[in-house]
Ligand binder design. Structure first.
Ligand SMILES: O=C(O)[C@@H](O)C(=O)CO
Ligand code: MG
Length: 271
């Protein structure tokens, strides 16, 4: 059975952010992920993890900004990353370094780097050399700290204009960057919306070892994985059969209360 991490940005939103750690632990999760830590001091978050016996397995680099306050509020203002954006290299680098500072304090091994929204009048092809150079720099910084940086294809319905949408594009970027510290974050919700054929793509990509994190949600509403057009019991068996031993982030919006919706989790078999 895959190992599941609670996504504290989408789950447990009934509670203030810092209280979500204890709630996830009491529901049996041993790991968490969330979008951004920057509104809180690293020590405060580390204490919550420690007190609840949780591991932090993923968070995102700041979506924009040079200072921590700007980094913490940029998402609400519509920023979706700077890795592919010309003229934003200083922000990108400052964000990566800030994320690595948090990763060290939280003992978190992976950081998601967002590419950004395609600027009007630009093409993906034209911006690719900049993205590759930025990712190569970030991967080297992360590698020096024993961390990985991840890129995630995201669907254009939820995030119009987002630069990276397809699994094959993400893997082509890994080819171009050529660093063992750059990996793919494969979100099955986005994958199903953009390209479908999810089981075949799991079979294609998981055995390569290039997917360092999975995320799940029901499609199309992004509710619990036991509703919608994807049949997750089949996919969970397939993920195991492909030898994937990483984390699966539960990045969904509970339909009617987080705890009430947890019945989808497979029961661990005991010998
Ligand atoms: O799928 C998502 O939306 C997230 O994993 C993310 O990092 C950006 O929105
Ligand atoms: Mg995701």
């Amino acid at each position: 059975m895959p190992q599941f991490a609670a996504n504290l940005s989408l789950m447990y939103t009934e509670l203030p952010f810092l209280e979500r750690f204890a709630a996830a632990a009491s529901d049996g999760f041993s790991a968490v992920e969330y979008l951004f830590p920057y509104a809180f001091a690293p020590a405060e978050l580390a204490a919550r993890l420690r007190a609840n016996g949780l591991r932090q397995v993923l968070f995102n680099a700041p979506p924009a900004g040079l200072e921590r306050t700007a980094m913490a509020s940029a998402w609400e203002q519509g920023a979706r990353g700077t890795a592919a954006l010309p003229g934003r290299e200083a922000e990108f680098r400052a964000g990566v370094l800030e994320a690595l500072r948090y990763a060290q304090a939280l003992d978190c091994p992976r950081i998601h780097l967002m590419a950004g929204l395609l600027p009007a009048g630009s093409t993906r092809q034209a911006l690719e050399p900049l993205l590759v150079a930025n990712l190569r720099w970030a991967a080297a910084q992360a590698g020096a700290q024993g961390c990985q940086v991840l890129i995630e294809p995201i669907n254009l319905r939820d995030m119009p204009g987002y630069f990276l949408n397809r699994q094959d594009h993400a893997h082509a970027l890994l080819d171009a960057v050529d660093s063992p510290h750059l990996k793919v974050q494969m979100d099955l919700y986005h994958c199903q919306i953009v390209e479908g054929d999810v089981a075949t793509k799991l079979r294609q990509y998981l055995p390569t070892g290039r997917v360092a994190h999975l995320q799940i949600a029901g499609v199309p509403e992004r509710h619990e994985p036991d509703r919608g057009e994807l049949h997750y019991p089949y996919l969970f068996d397939l993920i195991d059969a492909c030898g994937y031993s990483g984390w699966v982030g539960c990045e969904y919006r509970p339909a009617a209360g987080t705890r009430a919706g947890l019945g989808w989790r497979p029961v661990r078999k005991t010998a």
